[in-house]
Write a protein that binds this ligand. Structure first.
Ligand code: PDD
Length: 287
């Protein structure tokens, strides 16, 4: 493995410091692009088919043609994992509407900019899994198409920063009195023994981890409902979790300075966390 990470840019694998994008790239000027984050365990891409389907949905949502087919994505991302030393990594890929004179309308005949990088994926700190994390609720100030994984993340950045400045790890977002998701995660609660997470809609990103947790709960006979969660239910929740490709399934034990349930990670979380870890171990072994 070379000291400097290797990235992919427009058909080439390069040391990160040599990868350059024009200042006129529409990603830079307009945030006109979309992205994906895909974990790899033991060098194997996690739920690649699902991630590539969500990538296609995001591209369709912003009317960008997919510059590569699924076989090429698989090859490029696999190569990037290898060139960066294998093991557990998180892959980031981004597609923008390319380089063109600044003008809001789509530029004709402009190739997309395609960028991908990979970073070591570290397990979530064991101390955090034991204590859980703090979260705060904030108004969901984002646009209407949060199902598109757009690189225009300024609202998410501001919301996360506000949480951090209040000593919390995540902001849980509320739109019209209902929970949507976190600034970079999906949200689950446990209420009267039932796992609940908001249904998919334009107001939240259909998280790949979220979908897997729903799938695994069904497979293991743990009651789970995809349903609206009124803000008031957060205070009464027995357990609360967030999910994402980088944080996996993380318990929230304090919300707005009040304990969630017992104030410690709950038994339903512990069960689903174990099920999730075994699922990951199987990927490591068998792909
Ligand atoms: N974010 N909701 C939002 C707004 C997110 O940004 C993310 C993930 C999720 C969880 O999706 P998944 O389980 O597919 O990772 C939900 C990534 C990790 C990021 O922006 O870094």
């Amino acid at each position: 493995m070379s000291a400097e990470p290797i990235v992919y840019l427009n058909g080439e694998f390069l040391p990160q410091s040599q990868a350059k994008v024009s200042v006129l790239d529409r990603g830079f000027v307009f945030a006109d692009g979309i992205y994906e984050v895909i974990p790899a365990y033991g060098g194997r891409l996690f739920r690649l088919g699902e991630h590539l389907q969500r990538l296609q949905n995001s591209l369709d949502g912003v009317r960008l043609a997919n510059p590569l087919d699924d076989i090429e994505w698989d090859r490029i991302l696999g190569e990037l994992i290898k060139r960066n030393g294998g093991g557990d990594q998180s892959l980031y890929l981004q597609i923008t509407r390319g380089v063109a004179k600044r003008d809001h309308g789509f530029p004709p005949d402009t190739p997309a900019t395609v960028f991908a990088m990979s970073n070591p994926l570290k397990p979530v700190d064991a101390a955090l899994l034991k204590s859980g994390v703090k979260a705060i609720t904030l108004e969901d100030i984002r646009w209407r198409f949060c199902n598109i994984k757009s690189i225009a993340l300024l609202p998410n950045v501001l919301l996360r920063q506000q949480a951090l400045e209040q000593g919390a790890a995540e902001a849980i977002l509320i739109r019209n009195g209902l929970v949507t998701e976190g600034s970079a995660s999906n949200v689950f609660i446990v209420r009267k023994g039932v796992i609940m997470t908001p249904p998919k809609s334009e107001f939240l990103l259909p998280g790949i981890t979220r979908d897997l947790i729903v799938e695994l709960s069904q497979r293991h006979g743990v009651p789970c409902e995809e349903r609206d969660i009124p803000e008031a239910w957060l205070e009464e929740a027995d357990e609360m979790w967030l999910s994402s490709s980088l944080k996996e399934l993380l318990p929230i034990t304090t919300l707005n300075d009040k304990s969630v349930g017992s104030g410690s990670p709950g038994p339903v979380w512990a069960k689903m966390f174990d099920i999730f870890q075994s699922f990951k171990d199987d990927i490591r072994k068998t792909g």
